[in-house]
Design a protein around this ligand. Structure first.
Ligand SMILES: [Zn+2]
Length: 529
């Protein structure tokens, strides 16, 4: 085999990193499910407790502190016994087991304490298995990366090196070394997160009762805390496993005398700025320090390293704005690559795509809400919706105007978005540009004008239905109606069936009223409504 090219190393090691990354991500997916389950259990416990002790969904702190009655106490003890059973079978931490045993022997327990204890159980369950399984993940990550890195180097040089074998004791020793500035190992970090979560839950519970809030408020506050804890867990999983994956590479480079290594960032538009600037940098093996001269450079980092040997004319993989992969010279670094993207797509398009990516989840919600209102009309995919939004198109403005009018009930649900667009255009084509009875040129239309044209089933001010007016009636009033000067830059054109208000200086169509409904309005005014 000839000497492997630079791109060979880049490709192989990017793949190794990706496999590692995917493994951690799928581990985290399971953890996420456990979080959701925990939250559901807590929700059930809170609701049940409120049903039992609260009046009208509210309970004061004093009320909550009342002691359980003897039958309630008996029932509470059964629950505690169940928790103890579970703990024995599932090796839940000793501290919690002691607390449970204490609780089961106490003669007085308040309602509040009973709830606190019930909420702690799902959290203890959640964290119970976490440290062990996470330890397993990190060990596997290190081991896999260690052997595969060694395998790649050996294969490339067709030399059998002797490597130190990894056994369980050695792995345990490797992963028990703290590597972050705070000097904590990851199991200490998990433990700290658990304590933090329990503390905030405790505070939230009492404050929520002190404020006299309904249980759903408490549940949503707790959900927020759980979500924070969940994203901490995600960061921890991804960062710690990325660190130990890098540490394995470092150890192999050292053992196999790989003198230089190279940083490889992913060539796509999601790459962080720190990794963009580190891409292609070559370092000496003895300078390898994860987080400083090697990945991970930040949480969720996808960068990796590969052995570096002087070379050559080969290619590395890159991903275009639409996600398509293609190849560029392996000597090309991130910044140079990015420049080629700018030349191809332009800064504006790249910025828009970035916005689309970053705001995807909030945009999805907005898109779904919009769909609910306008049905099959308008943009038919999230992508089309985002295009409309970030290109700030005329249709996007129309969509927002339409939504506002609908929300305020200034037009009724019977007026579809398609009709709205159609009439917006018809007004532009058929009314704008005409010269009125007194020689005023119509130049523009207001948002209110089209609302008035359509009418509504229930006007927000009068609570009455308001009829719409046809384009023909409006045109008739403008061309042949009686002209009446009004205050505030408004001139009225009174036709047979409607009155149209125009700003004579700007030529803007302000509003239109059907004549019969206007009479109705003045009737209501007379009655002082
Ligand atoms: Zn990164």
């Amino acid at each position: 085999m000839t000497k492997p090219t630079r791109s060979y190393w880049q490709k192989r090691f990017e793949m190794l990193e990706q496999a590692q990354h995917n493994k951690s991500a799928s581990y985290y997916k399971d953890l996420e499910k456990a979080y959701i389950q925990t939250m559901q259990e807590m929700e059930k416990d809170i609701s049940r407790w409120y049903q039992r002790f609260a009046k009208n969904n509210e309970i004061s702190l004093d009320e909550a502190k009342r002691l359980l009655k003897s039958d309630e106490l008996r029932e509470f003890r059964w629950t505690v016994e169940e928790y103890i059973e579970y703990g024995k079978k599932n090796a839940i931490n000793q501290q919690w087991m002691k607390q449970l045993e204490n609780a089961s022997s106490r003669v007085h327990i308040s309602r509040l304490e009973s709830l606190q204890l019930q909420l702690k159980q799902p959290v203890e369950k959640l964290y119970g298995g976490q440290i062990e399984s996470f330890e397993q993940l990190v060990k596997e990550t290190y081991q896999t990366q260690y052997y595969q890195t060694a395998f790649e180097v050996q294969k490339a040089f067709e030399i059998g090196f002797t490597l130190q074998a990894l056994d369980e004791t050695k792995l345990t020793k490797i992963i028990s070394k703290p590597w972050t500035a705070d000097g904590r190992t990851f199991s200490q970090k998990i433990w700290r997160d658990r304590n933090m979560l329990l503390d905030t839950l405790h505070t939230e519970l009492i404050q929520s009762m002190a404020r006299g809030e309904a249980p759903n408020r408490m549940i949503s506050a707790i959900t927020r805390k759980m979500n924070t804890s969940r994203s901490n867990a995600a960061r921890l999983v991804m960062t710690e496993s990325a660190f130990f994956s890098a540490a394995a590479q470092k150890d192999v480079y050292q053992e196999l005398d790989v003198e230089h290594y190279e940083i490889i960032a992913t060539l796509d538009h999601k790459t962080s700025s720190i990794c963009q600037s580190m891409d292609g940098k070559v370092f000496k093996q003895e300078d390898f320090e994860p987080g400083v001269t090697a990945n991970p450079f930040h949480p969720h980092c996808r960068s990796t390293t590969a052995p570096y040997f002087e070379d050559d004319y080969s290619e590395r993989i890159a991903r275009d704005l639409d996600g398509q992969t293609y190849y560029v010279s392996s000597n090309m670094k991130y910044e140079e690559w990015y420049q080629t993207q700018v030349e191809k797509h332009g800064e504006r398009k790249i910025a828009i795509e970035k916005k689309k990516r970053n705001n995807k989840s909030s945009d999805k919600l907005q898109f779904e809400k919009t769909k609910e209102m306008i049905g099959k009309q308008g943009p038919n995919s999230l992508d089309a919706f985002q295009d409309l939004k970030y290109n700030n198109s005329n249709e996007w403005n129309l969509l927002n105007d339409y939504k506002k009018s609908r929300e305020n009930n200034m037009i009724s649900p019977y007026t579809s978005f398609d009709d709205y667009v159609l009439y917006k255009n018809r007004i532009n084509n058929e009314l704008i540009g005409i010269t009125t009875a007194d020689g005023t040129l119509i130049k523009a239309q207001s948002k209110h004008f089209i609302e008035r044209l359509f009418g509504t089933n229930e006007d927000p001010h009068t609570k009455l239905a308001r009829n719409g007016v046809s384009l023909e009636e409006i045109k008739e009033a403008l061309l042949y109606g009686n002209v009446k000067e009004r205050a505030n830059q408004s001139r009225q054109y009174i036709g047979n069936t409607c009155e149209v208000s125009v700003n004579p200086e700007t030529g803007n169509l302000i509003q239109v009223n059907p004549i019969s409904s206007r009479r109705g309005q003045s009737e209501t005014k007379k009655r002082g409504l």
